[in-house]
Each structure stands twice: as structure tokens, then as C-alpha cells.
Design a binder for this molecule. Sequence first.
Ligand SMILES: [Zn+2]
Length: 246
Amino acid sequence: MTSPPPTQPAAHVERALCVLAHPDDVDFGSAGTVATWTAAGTEVTYCIVTDGDAGGFDETPRDQMPILREAEQRAAAAALGVKQVEFLDGYRDGTVTPSLELRRDITAAIRRHRPDRVLTSAPLRRWDRLAGPSHPDHLAVGEATTCAIYPDSRNRFAFPELERDLGLDAWTVREVWYLGGPNPDVPVDITDTFELKLAALRAHVSQVAHMEDLEGMLRERFGPLARTLGLPEGRLAEAFSVFRTA
Ligand SMILES: [Zn+2]
């Protein structure tokens, strides 16, 4: 007999690191939750793997898209009280794989910021919603981040150059929150932070300006999700799969 993995998150953590593939991923899936964390005094940092240069729907020239999307992500973060946003170098939107290089770069971010909690995209493909959550970049970042949580960032002999050249000591992350995976079972009530989530998403002008009813679309998604997971009528919820990692 083995017991199921513990999925109840810690009531409060000092630091959280969100590792996502594209600008706007963290906001579509989890901005309401991030706002509850910063309000509770958790220091939240974003590590975004690509600059989203394959996204967008407007006439923005492709070579300007990375600069634009980085600025949009920083504005969205500021709306939620997130002070640090970093972008990894060398990864192109649409071409991310769970490579050793990506594991090393995410390990370096974890050791730099020393988070108790990491939020990332689920590495598991959803057959019922292939478009969106199961973008290959999301799966790759979820996989590489999971490998960075265990074993890489806690093992000082993994990527020894991080300690030798950058002075980054081993660090153990205590819990992981997965976004966009199958059957999420940990709801976070975002009714009171919904306006902040909207503000964060509206900061991604190149991605949402063409959407006629962003607010209605979000309510249609996060209202039923709240009810499915047992919250009262009229509440909104984001949902995650949460696992203890230490
Ligand atoms: Zn994405």
C-alpha cells in the first residue's frame, strides 16, 4: 500500500518562483492566485523562458515583438505586486525542449531566488484540451522545471559550474504548483482578486486587444471551475495540481 501524494499546499511561504514559457501564461492561468500570494506578503518572482516572439495578432513587426512582450509582462507583473521579472536568454517561442541547457538555466534561477514554492506549467498533455494548455513549449518548461526541482537544484553535483563560477549553492524547493494539467484539484478563490487579474491580462495588449469580451470569457471559465471544485455559486477560482517536493 502506498499513500497518495500530499496535495495540500503550505498556508504561507516566504518566496515563490513562477517559471513559464511565454509572456501572459502566468496571467491567463494564475494571476488571481499570484495576487493573493503577494497580498499575503509572499515575494513572487517570474522567470519567463521565451519572449513570445511567435505570438500576437496585430500588425506589430516581428522584430519588435520581443521588446513589446517583455514590457507587457513587466506591466502585468507590476499590477499584481510582483517586483522581479526575468527572461531567459536563447530560447525561441515555439522551439522549447526540456534540454539540459534549459534545466541548468532554471536550476540557476531556483538557486538565485531560493523559492519555497514553484509554479510552472504541467508537463502532462491534456487530450481533452490540446490547444492552449498542451502547447509543446508549456510541456517542455513543465518538464525541465520539474527536473530542476528534483534533482538538479538540490544536488550540488548537478551543473557544478553553477556553484563554482556563480556561487549558487544547492537549494531545495518544498512544493510545486502545476498549471493547465489534467484534473486540477486545488482551487484558489480569486473572486476578490479578479479585477487585478483582468488588469494584468489587459497589460498584454498585443495578445488581448482583439478579444471582444475578455472579462466574460474569463468569468465563463473560472466560474464553472469554482463550482466544479466545491466553491459557492458566484465565486471564481483558478485551479492547480499541487505536490510537496521535500
Ligand atoms: Zn503559452
